[in-house]
Design a protein around this ligand. Structure first.
Ligand SMILES: Nc1ncnc2c1ncn2[C@@H]1O[C@H](COP(=O)(O)OP(=O)(O)O)[C@@H](O)[C@H]1O
Ligand SMILES: Cc1cn([C@H]2C[C@H](O)[C@@H](COP(=O)(O)O)O2)c(=O)[nH]c1=O
Length: 218
């Protein structure tokens, strides 16, 4: 049975790498995929991984009907044995419904990849719809880690290393950008305390912080 699968995780946990591996393994067996993406860091019409791999993809536009796009492609004699949709959090809920229709009406597997929540730990509308509709939600096996060593479960947006909680939901960017707007993955505890690697380091070096063994009662 064809499926709609949502591969989810924080930023930088290997989603795009897995998308490229699925694409590689299937095309190595003579299958042909339709690859959708939206707002990849590498630019329009690209699906890229931090490991350096990149492939061409169809850039999904606002209000584009991805089901109709695929039907048109097939009716012109094109092939699509499976569909990959990267950065799926940026798709509109209606476009996720269209991907589900690709599975149900065209009998084609759809593999969607994306982060579930934004820098405020709120669901992206596209990801919410994926959680509602997917046959399976797969959490990536490679754990991204918080600076404290715990599993990273949340995405923080940073400016100059400090976590911010105001701003537009969509700002394309990368982890490890200490100067401008960047992102950092954190565990829930440090996300809720707004403690990034930089602010934790600054706090540890501050003369205001007493060494643990001098605090009364410890
Ligand atoms: N230099 C490197 N050596 C080994 N692995 C790396 C390197 N740089 C990045 N990675 C791996 O790539 C992952 C990010 O992959 P990517 O597919 O770009 O993530 P995502 O799409 O989830 O944001 C990192 O979590 C890490 O496991
Ligand atoms: C948390 C968060 C992220 N984004 C952007 C930043 C990146 O361009 C992508 C995530 O890409 P990745 O391959 O998973 O690293 O999403 C955003 O726009 N808003 C956010 O809140």
């Amino acid at each position: 049975m064809p499926e709609l699968v949502f591969f989810s995780g924080t930023m930088d946990c290997g989603k795009s790498t897995l998308a490229l591996q699925i694409e590689h393994n299937r095309s190595a067996r003579g299958l042909q995929g339709m690859i959708f993406t939206r707002d990849d860091r590498a630019g329009e019409g690209k699906l890229s991984s931090r490991l350096g791999l990149v492939t061409d993809a169809v850039e999904v536009e606002d209000d584009q009907d991805v089901y109709a796009y695929l039907v048109e492609h097939l009716s012109r004699g094109g092939r699509a044995d499976y569909v990959i949709a990267d950065e799926a959090q940026f798709l509109a809920p209606e476009q996720i419904d269209q991907l589900a229709r690709v599975v149900d009406d065209l009998d084609i597997d759809v593999f969607a990849f994306g982060i579930t929540t934004d820098f405020r730990s709120k669901l992206f509308p596209g990801s919410q719809r994926l959680v509602e509709l997917a046959d399976r939600v797969e959490v990536l096996q490679v754990e991204a880690l918080c600076w404290c060593g715990a599993r990273a479960t949340h995405n923080a947006r940073t400016i100059g290393g400090r976590m911010v909680v105001e701003g537009a939901q969509v700002v394309v960017g990368d982890v490890d950008q200490s100067e401008d707007i960047g992102y950092e993955v954190l565990c829930r505890r440090h996300h809720s305390r707004r403690m990034t690697a930089a602010t934790a380091r600054a706090g540890a070096l501050s003369p205001d912080v007493l060494p643990v063994d001098t605090v009364a009662g410890r």
